[in-house]
Design a protein around this ligand. Structure first.
Ligand code: NAD
Ligand code: SAH
Length: 417
């Protein structure tokens, strides 16, 4: 039996039902899992996983264990852990699980430390919190690590900074940067799951509202596109002039947050930056304006500012807190400004995480099957891994695509026409 810390182990049957549903709908990961079971590439390897403890993640963690790994799993956000899923994995006895919904910051990091305590040689991070510990308080454990995989944009960004400063302690595959990750997960996944979460949490209509999307990167494109599709008027704020032009050509109104603050009914930040919505914006907002964040940390919408300027606050609906300001208006915040789609929903749809986690499983296998430890660097996901995910997905849908003839190959690789 493996160690576990979960809220309530008797929730396991409910979690198992969720995992079974996800598994049925993850054909790409199932295909990779079949290979892992056959080849056992993780035999003798210890893998620490810090990813939202949710049904799709459970399928990834089980696939790694079935591929021979000793696995320890924890969350990557104190509010996204689903206690029934954590219970199902703990009861399944295939891995150690340290995850409880609603942890304080201290409890959350305590569980990350426990997850690393067995001395993993491969780490799978979503956002770089394991990496943070392995480069600070638990430096000694980094010596065991032959490689890591990073799931998200901000995590890759943090690793690139470590590399630039010459402090990166082990090689990492930037899974986020694979085409089958950011083109689908960040855009279509965030696009759908953010609106699913906002709609379910507020029970309000999107059509006819003015939605302000801060950040027009991969995620922002998806969030803005789906808001438009739901009938909203969409305003985009950006700091990158090219992305601002792209948003403009897509038909959105582009302006600064200062200008957008009094116009928006609903604000979604997806920048990976901090202080995108602050005191001066809150004070200018309409009564009842809704703010939420789908970017990395809970500092994009400054809850700190809001708490400081509010005369009172109260929970208006589950996961919606209303902050009453001195001017008599109320600003509503969903899920404490944490990732709205995961802290107030199931995160991305199953088929999206199927692609992302098929990349993760293969990237971990890539690390485990190298003859020698890769030199320390931040690596792109190998193209074959990326292509394989797309090929399996197309095959499950019985979709064929054209294949270049030899003549065509010659033509496109020549400069003489
Ligand atoms: P990205 O780099 O493609 O896009 C971020 C955009 O925000 C860029 O265009 C940048 O110019 C813009 N930006 C930065 N600071 C800004 C500011 N102060 N105001 C306005 N715009 C600003 O990144 P991405 O892949 O779209 O990811 C965005 C964030 O969302 C990251 O933190 C990432 O980790 C996170 N993420 C969340 C989910 C989710 O499930 N909610 C999924 C994937 C990524
Ligand atoms: N540690 C950060 C994590 C960023 S979350 C935090 O503070 O919350 C962004 C990542 O979550 C995305 O890259 C996406 O791949 C992942 N994600 C989205 N939905 C998910 C789901 N349902 N299950 C697991 N991971 C999910």
């Amino acid at each position: 039996m493996h160690a576990y810390e979960v809220k309530d182990i008797t929730l396991a049957p409910y979690g198992l039902e969720k995992i079974d549903w996800a598994y049925r709908n993850m054909p790409v990961l199932r295909a990779i899992e079949a290979e892992l079971i056959e080849k056992q590439p993780f035999k003798g390897h210890k893998i620490a996983v810090s990813v939202h403890v949710e049904a799709k993640t459970a399928c990834l963690a089980r696939a790694l264990a079935r591929g021979g790994a000793e696995v320890a799993l924890t969350g990557c956000n104190p509010l996204s852990t689903q206690d029934d899923v954590a219970a199902a994995l703990a009861a399944g006895g295939m891995m150690s699980v340290y995850a409880v919904h609603g942890d304080t910051e201290e409890e959350y990091f305590g569980r990350l430390k426990k997850t690393l305590a067995f001395g993993p040689d491969i780490v799978i991070d979503d956002g770089g919190d394991l990496a943070l510990l392995l480069h600070s308080k638990l430096k000694d454990l980094a010596k065991n690590v032959i490689g890591g995989c990073e799931e998200t944009t901000t995590g890759v960004h943090r690793l690139e900074i470590l590399k630039k400063e010459g402090k990166l302690a082990y090689p990492v595959v930037a899974v986020n940067d694979a085409r089958c990750k950011h083109l689908f997960d960040n855009r279509f996944g965030t696009g759908q799951s953010v609106w699913t979460a906002i709609m379910a949490t507020t029970n309000l209509v999107v059509a006819g509202k003015t939605v302000v999307v801060a950040g027009y990167g991969m995620c922002g494109r998806g969030v803005a596109m789906r808001a438009k599709g739901l009938g909203a008027r969409v305003i985009v704020t950006e700091i990158d002039p090219v992305k601002a032009c792209e948003a403009l050509m897509e038909g959105y109104t582009v302006m600064t947050m200062d200008e957008a603050a009094p116009l928006g009914d609903c604000f979604v930040t997806v920048t990976g930056c901090k202080d995108v919505i602050t005191e001066k914006h809150f004070l200018n907002m309409k009564d009842g304006a809704i703010c939420c964040n789908a970017g990395h940390f809970d500092c994009e919408v400054s809850i700190k500012d809001l708490k400081r300027i509010a005369v009172s606050d109260s929970e208006l609906r589950h996961n919606v807190v209303g902050y009453k300001l001195e001017n008599g208006k109320t600003v509503c915040v969903i899920a404490e400004g944490r990732l709205v789609n995961l802290a107030s929903g199931d995160g991305h749809p199953v088929e999206i995480m199927d692609m992302s986690f098929a990349l993760q499983a293969q990237s971990a296998m890539y690390i485990a099957t190298q003859n020698a430890r890769l030199p320390i660097d931040v690596y792109q996901t190998p193209e074959e891994i990326d292509n394989r995910v797309a090929e399996i997905l197309l095959a499950t849908k019985k979709i064929n695509i054209d294949i270049l003839t030899d003549e065509q190959k010659k033509y496109i690789s020549s400069w003489e026409f």
